[in-house]
Design a protein around this ligand. Structure first.
Ligand SMILES: Nc1nc2c(c(=O)[nH]1)N[C@H]1C(S)=C(S)[C@@H](COP(=O)(O)OP(=O)(O)OC[C@H]3O[C@@H](n4cnc5c(=O)[nH]c(N)nc54)[C@H](O)[C@@H]3O)O[C@H]1N2
Ligand SMILES: Nc1nc2c(c(=O)[nH]1)N[C@H]1C(S)=C(S)[C@@H](COP(=O)(O)OP(=O)(O)OC[C@H]3O[C@@H](n4cnc5c(=O)[nH]c(N)nc54)[C@H](O)[C@@H]3O)O[C@H]1N2
Ligand SMILES: [Mo]
Length: 706
C-alpha cells in the first residue's frame, strides 16, 4: 500500500524474502526517492511484525559495501581485489566461459550453487539460475540439505508425506507442549510462532524445553532439560521404555494406525539386543537424570492432547534421521496424531495457497552431496563423484562459508577454472569470484512472498526505490545473459505479468492484493493427518503399507542396519561424547541460528551486530580449568581449523558443550586462522546416512585462552 503521510513521505508496504523462517511486513517510508525509515505491521490481526533485522534493513540497502557495478578479479582468488567493468564486458565474459567450459568438458562441468538469498516467489534466487542452466543443456546440482534432510527423510519414510505438523495456532488447544530443540524466539520459525507460544504460556499451558542451551525461548518454559547434542533419540527411546513399563501407551492407536511397533518394543525392552533402554541407560548417554526422563514420559503420555515440536538443530547431527523417527513414534504411542492440540512430531513445511513459478528441470541427473561439495570438486570422477567441476555459478548463497569444512572449500575454489557470483555484497564467497555481478535488494523490485508455516498469508512486496547504482535483479541479468549463450526463449514475461500469474485462479484479487500489500487466507488451523485418523479406510497414509511405518521395509531394503535401521534407534554419533577424539577435543560444538543474522545475511550490518557481541557460549565448569573469563579471546580448534572468538561464560549452556551462532563472515589471517568467528572452519563434512544431510552439530573442539 502506498499511503501519503506528512510532507512528501510515502509509506510503501513490502516484505522480507530472506531465509529466516519468517516472512514479515516491512513498511518503507520513502521521501525524495530515499528510504528514510522502516516500520512494520500495525494493521489488523494476524499481524506480520518484523524483527530487528527487517527493521534495520535501511542500513543494508544503503551500506557502503554494497556491490555497485560489475567487477572483474585482479588479484589472486579470495584476495578480494577487483576492478570495475561494464555490464557488457561482464556478461560477455560469463557467456564465453560458459560456452568454453560446456564445449570442452560438457555441461556437467558446471556446478549450480544457488541458495536461499531470496525465497520470494518471483525473484527467488534458485529459480532463475537453474532455469538458465537447464535450458543451456544441464548442470551438476547438489542434493542433501544442510537444513532439514534428516527430518525430511524421517518424515517421508514414516508418514509417506513431507509435511507432518499441525498449524502452530493449534498449540493453544494443547494441555502440554514439549519444545524439543526448538528456539523460535531467536531463530524465526514462522512469523508468529513465538507469539503463539507466549499466548500458550499466558493460558497456563505447561511448556518443557529440551535443549543444551537455555535459549530466549526457554524463558517461556517452566522446565529446561539440558541434553548432550546428538543423543536425543536415546532419551526418547527411554521415554518409550517408561510408557511401556507403566502401560501408558495407546495400544489401540498403535494397532489401528501403525505397523512394526512390536519390533520397536523388542528393541526398547532389550529383547532384540539384550540391552533394556531404561532411563538409567539413557542418563549415561544424554546427561539427563533418569527421574527427569520418567517424569517427562509420564506427562507426555497422560496430559492429552500434548504437542511435541521437534526442531531441526538436533537432526543436524550424525544419524540425524533417528531423533525425528523416534519423536514420531512417541507421538504415535501417545495417540497425539491427527488430533487438535496434539501433533505428529514430524517435519514442518510450507503450504502456500498461490501458484508456483514454472520450473525447468535439469536434463542431467548429476548431483553431488551439498556437505561434501568441496571433496567432490577436489576429487571429481576419479574420486567416484559424477562430474569434474570446472565452473561454479553462485546465485543467492554465501556458499562456501555456509558449508562444512571451510578450509577444504578454499582448496576447491582455487582449483576450478571459473567462478561467477551474483551478490549484493562482497561476501567471503564473492571474494573468490572471477566476475562479480551486482544485484538489487527486494526494496528495489516487486515481488510476492508466502509465509513459512502453513500458508496463512501472502505479502505483496512493492518496490520502494529505484535500483541502487548499476544493480539489476537476477531475473533481468539472466534474461540478458541467455541470448549470449544461445538461449532465445528464456523469459517472455514482464515482472508484473509473472506476479499476476502467481495469483491467477486463487482466492486473491491481484489489484486488491497489490493495493493492500497483504492477503490473509482465512481457515481453521490445519490438523495434520486428521483425515487419516478419522477415516483410515478411505484415507491411508502415503506409505507402502498405508500406515505409519514405525518399521519401514523400504529402510530395511537399504541393507545398512547399522546406520539406517528399519525401526528408530539411538546410534552412537561420531564426534560425540564417546568418540576417542575427545581426548584431544573434549567439547561438543553447536552452530546455532541466531537473532543477529538470517544465515549469513546481516552479518555485516552494524545496527544488528550491536544487539549483542558475537561470542562463544561456554559453561563456567569448562571455562575455569582453561582460565577463560567472560570477554576473553579464545582460540577454538580441531583438526579441520582454528577460529578466534570472544567467550561468553554462562550457565545458559550445559557443561561439555559450547555454542556459536553460525553465519558470521569468515576472515582468515595469513596463517588461515579465522578471526570472523565463522563456525564452518571447524565443522565436519560428513553426511546423514539416508539423504546426505548436514551434520554440523556433531563436531568436537578444544578451547584455549588466547
Ligand atoms: N533468526 C534466524 N532465524 C532463522 C534462521 C536464521 O539464520 N536466523 N535460519 C532459518 C533456517 S534456514 C532454518 S533451516 C531454521 C533452522 O532452525 P533450527 O535448526 O531449529 O535452529 P538451530 O539454532 O540450529 O537449532 C535450534 C535449537 O536446537 C538446539 N540444538 C542443537 N543441537 C541439538 C541437539 O542435538 N539436541 C537438542 N535437544 N537440541 C539441539 C540449539 O541449541 C538451538 O537452540 O531457522 C530458520 N530461522
Ligand atoms: N555450521 C552450520 N552451517 C550451516 C547451518 C548451521 O546450522 N550450522 N545452517 C545451514 C542452513 S539451515 C542453510 S539454509 C544454509 C544456507 O546458507 P547459504 O546458502 O549460504 O545462504 P545465506 O547465508 O542466506 O546466503 C545468501 C546470500 O544471498 C545473497 N542474496 C540475498 N538476496 C539476493 C538476491 O536477490 N540475489 C542474489 N543473487 N543474492 C542475494 C545474500 O547477500 C547472501 O550472501 O547454511 C547452512 N550452514
Ligand atoms: Mo536452512
Amino acid at each position: 500500500m502506498a499511503t501519503k503521510i506528512g510532507e512528501g513521505v510515502q509509506i510503501i508496504t513490502t516484505g522480507c524474502p530472506h531465509d529466516c523462517g519468517g516472512k514479515c511486513i516491512l513498511k518503507a517510508w520513502v521521501k525524495d526517492e530515499q528510504i528514510v525509515a522502516i516500520t512494520t505491521d500495525d494493521g489488523e490481526e494476524p499481524q506480520l511484525r518484523a524483527c530487528l533485522r527487517g527493521r534495520a534493513y535501511r542500513q543494508r540497502v544503503y551500506a557502503s559495501d554494497r556491490l555497485k557495478y560489475p567487477m572483474r578479479r585482479t588479484g589472486e582468488r579470495g584476495e578480494g581485489q577487483f576492478e570495475r567493468i561494464t555490464w557488457d564486458e561482464a556478461l560477455d565474459t560469463v557467456a564465453s566461459e560458459m560456452l568454453r567450459i560446456k564445449k570442452t568438458y560438457g555441461p556437467e562441468a558446471i556446478l549450480s550453487c544457488t541458495g536461499p538469498g531470496s525465497l520470494s516467489l518471483l525473484h527467488s534466487t534458485g529459480l532463475w539460475l537453474n532455469r538458465l542452466l537447464g535450458q543451456f543443456g544441464g548442470y551438476t546440482s547438489r542434493h542433501g540439505s544442510m537444513s532439514n534432510q534428516g527430518a525430511s527423510d524421517a518424515t517421508r519414510f514414516t508418514y509417506g508425506t513431507g509435511i507432518a505438523a499441525n498449524e502452530i495456532e493449534d498449540l493453544l488447544n494443547s494441555r502440554f507442549i514439549i519444545l524439543w530443540a526448538w528456539n523460535s524466539a531467536e531463530m524465526v520459525y514462522g512469523t508468529n510462532t513465538t507469539w503463539v507460544l507466549t499466548q500458550a504460556r499466558e493460558k497456563g499451558i505447561p511448556i518443557t524445553i529440551v535443549d543444551p542451551r537455555y535459549t530466549d525461548t526457554a524463558i517461556l518454559a517452566e522446565e529446561w532439560i539440558p541434553i548432550y547434542p546428538g543423543t536425543d533419540s536415546a532419551m526418547m527411546v527411554a521415554m518409550a521404555y517408561v510408557m511401556l513399563k507403566e502401560g501408558l501407551h495407546d495400544q489401540t492407536f498403535l494397532d489401528k494406525y501403525t505397523i512394526g511397533f512390536e519390533k520397536f518394543r523388542d528393541y526398547v525392552t532389550g529383547k532384540e539386543d539384550g540391552i533394556s533402554k531404561t532411563p538409567h541407560w539413557a542418563e549415561t548417554i544424554t546427561g539427563v537424570p533418569a527421574s527427569t526422563i520418567e517424569s517427562l514420559a509420564r506427562r507426555y503420555a497422560t496430559l492429552k492432547p500434548a504437542a511435541l515440536l521437534p526442531g531441526l538443530g538436533m537432526q543436524r547431527t550424525a544419524y540425524g534421521e533417528q531423533c525425528f523417527r523416534t519423536a514420531i513414534t512417541l507421538a504415535a504411542m501417545t495417540g497425539n496424531i491427527g488430533v487438535s492440540g496434539g501433533g505428529p512430531a514430524g517435519e514442518w513445511g510450507t503450504r502456500i495457497g498461490l501458484n508456483a513459478m514454472p520450473r525447468v528441470t535439469n536434463p542431467l541427473e548429476k548431483t553431488i552431496p551439498t556437505s561434501k561439495w568441496a571433496e567432490a570438486v577436489l576429487l571429481g570422477k576419479a574420486g567416484g563423484y559424477p562430474s569434474d567441476i570446472k565452473l561454479i555459478y553462485v546465485c543467492g548463497s554465501n556458499f562456501f562459508m555456509q558449508r562444512p569444512n571451510i578450509n577444504k572449500g578454499v582448496e576447491a575454489l582455487k582449483k576450478v577454472e571459473f567462478i561467477v557470483c551474483h551478490e549484493q555484497f562482497l561476501t567471503p564467497t564473492a571474494r573468490f569470484a572471477d566476475i562479480l555481478i551486482p544485484v538489487t535488494t527486494h526494496l528495489e523490485r516487486n515481488d510476492i512472498c508466502g509465509i513459512w508455516g502453513m500458508g496463512h498469508s501472502a505479502i505483496f512486496c512493492k518496490q520502494a526505490i529505484a535500483p541502487m547504482d548499476e544493480c539489476k535483479s537476477d531475473m533481468e541479468i539472466f534474461s540478458e545473459l541467455a541470448p549470449r549463450i544461445g538461449i532465445t526463449n528464456y523469459n517472455d514475461h514482464s515482472e508484473d505479468e509473472w506476479l499476476k500469474s502467481l495469483v491467477e485462479n486463487t482466492e486473491i484479487d491481484y489489484k486488491e492484493f497489490k493495493q493492500n500489500g497483504v492477503h490473509h487466507f482465512r481457515h481453521e488451523p490445519y490438523i495434520a493427518f486428521k483425515a487419516q485418523i478419522s477415516d483410515p479406510v478411505h484415507n491411508p497414509f502415503r506409505t507402502p503399507s498405508g500406515k505409519i511405518e514405525i518399521y519401514s521395509q523400504r529402510l530395511a531394503d537399504m541393507n545398512r542396519p547399522d546406520t539406517i535401521p528399519p525401526i528408530p534407534k539411538y546410534i552412537e554419533p561420531w564426534e560425540g561424547r564417546n568418540d576417542p577424539l575427545r581426548v584431544h577435543y573434549p567439547l561438543q560444538l553447536l552452530t546455532t541460528h541466531g537473532k543477529r543474522t538470517a544465515l549469513s545475511v546481516y552479518a555485516n550490518i552494524p545496527w544488528i551486530q550491536e544487539v549483542e557481541p558475537h561470542a562463544m557460549w561456554i559453561n563456567p565448569v569448562d571455562a575455569k580449568p582453561r582460565e577463560i573469563q567472560n570477554g576473553d579471546w579464545v582460540r577454538l580448534f580441531n583438526e579441520r581449523g582454528t577460529l578466534m572468538i570472544k567467550a561468553k561464560v554462562t550457565q545458559r549452556i550445559m557443561p561439555g558443550v559450547v555454542s556459536i551462532d553460525h553465519g558470521m563472515w569468515y576472515k582468515p589471517d595469513e596463517l588461515g586462522v579465522d578471526w570472523g568467528g565463522s563456525v564452518n572452519v571447524l565443522t565436519r563434512d560428513e553426511d546423514t546416512p539416508i539423504g546426505d544431510g548436514g551434520t554440523t552439530h556433531s563436531c568436537l573442539v578444544e578451547a584455549m585462552k588466547a
